[in-house]
Design a binder for this molecule. Structure first.
Ligand code: GLC
Length: 545
């Protein structure tokens, strides 16, 4: 197993390394070698299994906390072997080489739809599981195959997409007569709603960094093709337009939530991934003539984006109260209510949902429109990328703990909260019968999110939250044949139209388990605070208070 590889081999800049020693408040003594990492992991596991004390957690836990006596997450669980077997069954080959995993291997389902394809976003947890297990070849092949797809001419009807666009998915077609394999990619032209994925390119960059960190092999990221691929993705996102905000304007359904769900505008998921991808690319792009130009643009954008997100997307008890008392119709530069959000538009549920201590990044902010819904992926990626400040990251974990029934319930983890119902559902989803209240993207519970929660928990020093969630998943996931999602307010029922043997449910579980077992894996998907943002950050807080 390549357990400790990345920290000793990695040559990506030191500043973005995740430093697990901070978790236990142990001081760095010389280099953080293999032995100390093993020791750290052991201590981490032990600390988690013994009762947590103030040394470990950034905050002390109340005695009544349901998380204060974590149990046996570290022991072997039979589901792990099951999961590996199922994950391996999903592997797809191209000319005999493994190149990805298909979305679901549901033998019982007659309808395959597009679940027989390799989705870029779905492959990420599979890739992480393989990397953690020392199997890097499939990840490298995947990165190279998708990179070549980027070069395709992409058209929807007569309209040509930007050069940097990456596909949502691809399929390997085998021609038995010529015995040749070919690839068919989907850039949105055959997806529901014909929307191109915005997240694919970001996940590709994030995965390239994870591969580099895990293997210590810089040659792939440094290759001219990979350098060009990153530049094209970022050029597309950094191109000038009519924007007045540093956030990225998106169509509904352009990410994990790939159907109409009212997330058009500036969805948190895309903004957090955009931030993370730029930070990953900063560590990998060469400072040559073409690289330099894009690096300069990224640095400026990162400053503006973090200021905007930390100021305007952040919601906690105090900020909610401020919005509640907002004046409207304020012109001029001194306006406090910058987007003319009308207090009457705050939904009632937010007042019950918001704990006195805790907070989160709301779903969307645009003129007179704040989407107050909670979205799990965006908030977890905000923690991992350090888009969230340390205080904000802690507050997000506080919120998850305080609203456990709503966000986790019986099966981790709600993709969005709360569900939209009735008239609002009709207007927002266009009467989508797959996205009815508390199902699928509309308040459904997605086991894949377990890996993101676990990573966020480890980063914030709260692994016991992840353990509790994993324990819940272990009561059912394998028995229920690894569903894609669960339905209901508590996530008690297997989703109405959920696939079984959904690959990212399987891989998400494995990644969560392996990361808890060996927290040093976190370095693959986590970035430390971006130091240069600090002066901006101070201003942002002045603005908030
Ligand atoms: C659904 C999900 C999407 C996922 C795909 C394949 O369309 O909404 O996020 O990539 O299934 O699993």
């Amino acid at each position: 197993m390549g357990l400790w590889k990345f920290s000793s081999n990695s040559s990506t800049s030191e500043t973005d390394d995740y430093d697990p020693s901070r978790l236990l408040n142990i001081e760095r003594q010389g280099s953080f070698d293999e032995r100390s990492l093993k020791e750290l992991s052991f201590r981490l596991a032990k600390a988690a299994l013994d009762d947590y004390d103030v040394n470990y957690s950034p905050r002390s836990w109340g005695h009544s906390s349901p998380f204060s006596s974590p149990r046996s997450s570290f022991e072997y669980h039979p589901m792990v072997a099951d999961a590996w077997e199922a994950l391996r069954e999903s592997v797809v080959s191209f000319d005999g080489e493994p190149v990805g995993t298909i979305a679901a291997v549901d033998h019982a389902s007659e309808e395959v739809l597009n679940y027989d394809q390799v989705f870029v976003r779905d492959f990420v947890p599979s890739a992480l599981a393989f990397l953690m297990n020392g199997e890097a070849e499939i990840v490298k092949n995947f990165l190279l195959k998708t990179l070549h797809l980027q070069g395709w001419e992409k058209k929807v009807d007569r309209f040509k997409l930007g050069r940097g666009a990456m596909p949502a998915s691809f399929k390997v077609m085998h021609d038995p007569s010529s015995k040749r394999d070919t690839l068919m990619a989907d850039f949105g032209e055959s997806a529901i709603g014909r929307v191109a994925p915005v997240d694919s390119g970001f996940w590709w960059i994030i995965l390239l960094r994870a591969y580099t960190k895990s293997t210590g092999d810089n040659s792939l990221a440094e290759s001219p093709e990979c350098q060009q691929c990153m530049r094209l993705i970022l050029t597309l996102c950094l191109s000038d337009g009519f924007d007045t905000f540093p956030t990225l304007l998106c169509a509904d359904g352009c990410s994990m939530i790939d159907r109409r769900m009212g997330i058009h505008g500036y969805p948190i998921e895309i903004q957090a991934l955009f931030f993370m991808a730029m930070r990953c690319a900063l560590g990998m792009l060469k400072h040559d003539t073409r690289g330099k130009e894009i690096i300069e643009r990224m640095v400026k954008r990162l400053h503006a984006l973090s200021y905007h997100m930390r100021s305007y997307f952040w919601l906690d008890f105090q900020h909610l109260n401020d919005i509640y008392r907002y004046k409207t119709e304020e012109y001029s530069h001194t306006a406090v209510n910058k987007f003319n959000v009308i207090p009457e538009s705050i939904p009632n549920w937010v007042f019950d949902f918001m704990p006195t201590s805790g907070g989160y990044f709301v779903g969307n902010v645009s003129p007179a429109r704040m989407d107050f819904r909670w979205f799990c992926l965006g908030n977890c990626v905000a923690i991992l990328s350090s888009l969230a400040t340390e205080e904000q990251a802690t507050a997000i974990m506080d919120l998850i703990e305080a609203r456990w029934d709503e966000l986790v319930g019986e099966m981790p983890l709600k993709v969005a909260y709360p569900a939209i119902e009735g008239h609002e559902w009709r207007i927002t989803t266009g009467c989508d019968s797959k996205n009815t209240a508390w199902s699928y993207h509309n308040g459904g519970s997605w086991p894949v999110l377990l890996w993101l929660l676990t990573a966020a928990c480890i980063k914030t020093g709260r692994p016991q939250i992840a353990m509790k969630a994993i324990e819940l998943a272990e009561t059912r996931l394998s028995m229920d044949s690894w569903p894609e999602y669960y339905d209901g307010k508590l996530g008690s029922h297997i989703g109405k139209q959920a696939r079984k043997y959904q690959t990212w449910s399987i891989a998400g579980y494995l990644v969560a388990k392996m990361m808890l077992d060996d927290p040093s894996h976190l370095g693959m998907v986590s970035l430390e605070e971006y130091k240069e943002l600090n002066p901006v950050l101070k201003r942002s807080y002045t603005c908030l208070s």
